[in-house]
Design a binder for this molecule. Structure first.
Ligand SMILES: [Zn+2]
Length: 65
């Protein structure tokens, strides 16, 4: 008998809406689920910051889900 193929319970990446304070630009971005959960668990009040694709500053804020 064949063993059933394991299906991942969670997708690896989350699509989030990021917003750059510097450029006043919002765009969709991807983060790993693990990274997102770690951040929201340990720093629930800290917004997640990421590098902006346009201005290359760490000024993109990702609001919590
Ligand atoms: Zn920017």
């Amino acid at each position: 008998m064949k063993r059933p193929v394991l299906i991942r319970a969670y997708p690896e990446f989350l699509a989030l809406e990021g917003y750059c304070k510097n450029c006043n630009l919002g765009y969709p971005m991807k983060t790993s689920v693990r990274q997102y959960l770690e951040r929201t668990n340990f720093l629930p009040d800290e917004p997640i910051k990421s590098e902006c694709r346009v201005c290359k500053n760490i000024s993109v804020l990702v609001p919590p889900l």
